[in-house]
Design a protein. Structure first.
Length: 475
């Protein structure tokens, strides 16, 4: 068994054909985690005893009922923002270092109900504040492709654990690119769904109007399978949509011939700090999509230039509000345990929401947000617009650990191509597009609200043409 080549689809097929037991699979993954996680630091809490007990229980069911659930016996990891009953949930912050929730988040419950086995909780930037994974109070996560480099953040442990073949899939959150960026940096597939497509209930909030709950996998097919399970209305989250959940696997093989795909001219300029290696990889991706039959059209999203300024007013404002509950009175440690980045965002957000500054900053940022959303509405207009957009995920390759950690503004600019999707509430799918200097590069596919099925279709066609998902790091 070559664990690096396994996918959800292959493991389920192995169970059906009795190639291996669920217990065997779970044991193999824990052996790999114990061997390599000290180098990567993606897992911060392991649930070995509980996972093996669940595997044995499922092996009995496998004998009697076969593979009865869509994620039956599939090993998964959870970003440590997802509440888990009787398992520590720390948000990678010392404020919550000993906090154990009394309930599961909706996403965790749905994954368990679908048969997934949780191997543990994954490292991230504390409170999801960051783009590199270096802001965790439990040490930085390292990129499995080169341990001197960052894996991207804030869902650093989630992306790294999938890339390192510690799990077959992992949950993440995307507030300004925190799934798509680490997916790009680790050669994995990462989905930021439409805002409200997946429940936020039980997920520790960062910025409530921007947070989207998604996941990482090795293939587009596996990614679509998981969204089939996590998507849908939730009575515990009033922001979840009533829209029916389609079968995201149904049209994967439909191809992309005749689709109109837009290339935003604002995303490929040197003024955005675009590195040549990233630009060349992106241009190669455009050629491949064109070869597959898509019509490539240059488009304009003119208010993109305001996106970072807009985002870094709205997001810290909501952060300052959400973190106010962590006062050390009801649970957790007191506020002196907050790290530098959390303090920075609390101060910035409190300032922009304070009397005399709300109209000057927060209100203007919300007005700019509306203009950014209208840009996307216009280019996706059914009568004369494009079906989807492709764009770079990051203007740069992964950077070295420590390179930007003391320069917050430089770090924030790494989100320049991703924050617009969160401001507009649209879905985005990051897929592997190649390598430069032996480091992964991804592209993101953006679409109108609730167009995840189309994004998977485009991503699947591109994946079959490139097959970069078959590349694995040498640990």
């Amino acid at each position: 068994m070559n664990i690096e080549e396994l996918t959800i689809e292959k493991v389920l097929d192995g169970y059906r054909n009795k190639k291996f037991s669920i217990t065997e699979i779970i044991q193999v993954y824990f052996e790999r985690i114990k061997k390599y996680n000290p180098q990567i630091n993606s897992f911060i809490t392991l649930c070995e005893e509980e996972a093996l007990q669940e595997a044995k229980r499922k092996d009995e069911l496998l004998k009697n009922e076969g593979v009865s659930l869509p994620l039956f016996g599939i090993p998964m990891g959870l970003k440590d923002l997802f509440s888990t009953k009787d398992i520590k949930t720390t948000a990678s912050s010392e404020v919550l270092e000993d906090y154990t929730p009394p309930y599961d988040s909706t996403v965790v419950q749905r994954l368990k109900d679908a048969g997934a086995i949780i191997l543990g909780k994954l490292n991230c930037d504390a409170w999801a504040h960051g783009s590199s994974g270096e802001n965790s109070d439990f040490g930085p996560t390292k990129n499995p492709w080169n341990k001197e480099y960052v894996p991207g953040g804030s869902s650093s442990g989630s992306a790294a654990s999938v890339a390192a073949s510690f799990v077959l899939a992992a949950t993440g959150t995307d507030t300004g690119g925190s799934i798509r960026l680490p997916a790009s940096f680790t050669n994995t597939v990462g989905l930021k769904p439409t805002y409200g497509r997946v429940s936020r209930y039980g997920v520790i909030a960062m910025a409530s109007s921007l947070d989207s709950i998604g996941h990482f996998t090795k293939t587009v097919r596996d990614n679509a399978l998981i969204l089939n399970i996590t998507a849908g209305n939730d009575m515990f989250d009033a922001t979840t949509s009533q829209n029916p959940v389609p079968n995201y696997l149904e049209n994967l093989n439909k191809g992309i011939k005749g689709l109109k795909i837009g290339i935003p001219k604002e995303y490929t300029t040197k003024e955005k700090g675009m590195e040549l290696d990233v630009l060349l990889t992106f241009e190669n991706a455009i050629k491949k999509l064109n070869k597959l039959g898509a019509e490539i059209i240059e488009i304009s999203l003119p208010h993109t230039e305001y996106s970072i300024a807009c985002y870094y007013i709205i997001q810290p404002s909501e952060v300052s509000s959400n973190l106010a509950r962590y006062d050390g009175i009801r649970f957790g440690n007191d506020r002196s345990y907050f790290g530098d980045e959390a303090k920075r965002r609390i101060m910035l957000g409190t300032y922009t929401l304070s009397a005399g500054y709300y109209d000057a900053y927060y209100k203007k940022a919300m007005q700019a947000r509306t203009l950014i959303k209208q840009n996307f509405d216009k280019v996706f207009d059914a009568s004369n617009g494009v079906d989807a957009i492709i764009a770079p995920v990051s203007p740069t390759l992964p950077w070295k650990l420590g390179e930007k950690v003391n320069d917050p503004l430089k770090m924030y600019l790494s989100d320049v191509f991703t924050v617009t999707a969160n401001l507009a509430g649209i879905p985005g799918l990051s897929v592997p597009a190649g390598f430069a200097k032996e480091l992964p590069v991804g592209i993101q596919i953006l679409g109108p609200h609730f167009s995840e099925e189309l994004l998977f279709r485009i991503g699947f066609a591109f994946e079959q043409e490139t097959e970069f998902y078959k590349s694995n790091p040498k640990l």
